[in-house]
Design a protein around this ligand. Structure first.
Ligand code: NDP
Length: 287
């Protein structure tokens, strides 16, 4: 007979707004699949209350970790005891885990992308040339992980010059990659010889499902691997157009599942079923 244990382990997400964040759907499905007494909850935490929320989490031993989303990804850093190396370079934390009494900040967004790239598509980014559309949080996470994995050249294409140049300066200063900024004006033409083309903007995210980044789609060639960070819908017009030109495509739903599975492992020490997570999210998104 097993001893009763009525104390669930709690994880969740701190954000504002946070009501529509779907991460709990996949995490709770993965906990259930393994029979774990764990629960993922969305916590509405205003910017002014972040310090108190982290303090509260510290005080509750069965509060095992959290994801951080808007507006906390940068602000949370000052409340933690240690920051993982890549999260330090990225300058943002999306996952907090406990290590004994310490709270450690991690960033799993770029790592989720890397798993989709290396495991699902079998692509080693070492020595490759990448073009990344966007320079926000997702672009920062992806470009830093690509650079740390040995990508040779990274071109950041962004509408706002300041954000794009800041990211390129960071990559050139803190990683071995050679980064270049291109201001996004009109239809961007992907140069010949590019291996990876990544949409890391929010263009195409539900409900704007017909929107696509403004590029010259004729410049996509069959040898390219084309990736989108948009998880919902997974088959964006961007990916559909790339596939129509013979390119291999990687969607943002896979990235979302993998970044969640990496956080799951950091919290529980166990491997999540990415199939269960994927199925739960796809059902949630109605795809
Ligand atoms: P940010 O707000 O930090 O950055 C948004 C980026 O998109 C900026 O570079 C912005 O350019 C650009 N952008 C937005 N609209 C346009 C437009 N109309 N034309 C040109 N550029 C545009 O957002 P995040 O980086 O945090 O998130 C971006 C997307 O990534 C979101 O849709 C999010 O859902 C997704 N994401 C997916 C993840 C996954 O696991 N699949 C993980 C994390 C994020 P500018 O600087 O000029 O404003």
């Amino acid at each position: 007979m097993s001893e009763a244990n009525y104390m669930a382990n709690i994880v969740g997400v701190f954000g504002d707004p946070v009501a529509e964040n779907p991460t709990g759907v996949m995490q709770n499905a993965a906990f259930q699949a393994l029979g774990l007494n764990w629960l993922y909850l969305n916590f509405e935490v205003t910017a002014a209350n972040l310090a108190a929320a982290v303090q509260g989490m510290r005080a509750m031993n069965n509060f095992r970790g959290v994801n951080c989303t808007i507006p906390h990804k940068v602000a949370v850093i000052q409340h933690l005891d240690a920051i993982a190396a890549s999260a330090q370079v990225i300058g943002a934390v999306n996952t907090v885990r406990r290590e004994g009494d310490r709270l450690v900040g991690e960033n799993t967004d770029g790592k989720g992308f890397m798993t989709a790239l290396t495991v699902d598509a079998g692509i080693d980014p070492a020595g490759k040339s990448a073009v990344v559309l966007g320079a926000g949080g997702a672009a920062r996470a992806i470009t830093v992980e690509l650079a740390l994995a040995g990508a040779r050249a990274i071109t950041v294409v962004n509408r706002s010059e300041e954000r794009g140049e800041t990211l390129v300066r960071l990559l050139n200063a803190q990683t071995p990659a050679q980064a270049t900024f291109v201001r996004w004006q009109g239809a961007y033409r992907v140069p010949a010889g590019v291996d990876l083309l990544i949409n890391a903007t929010s263009i195409g995210l539900f409900p704007d499902v017909d929107a696509a980044p403004e590029i010259d789609y004729g410049s996509i060639t069959p040898g390219m691997v084309v990736c989108d960070v948009i998880p919902n819908p997974p088959r964006t017009p961007f990916l559909r157009q790339a596939a129509a030109r013979g390119a291999r495509t990687i969607d943002g739903l896979g990235m979302l599942v993998y970044q969640g599975a990496i956080a799951f492992k950091m919290w529980t020490g166990q491997e999540a079923s990415t199939e269960v997570m994927h199925r739960a999210l796809a059902a949630e998104f109605g795809v």
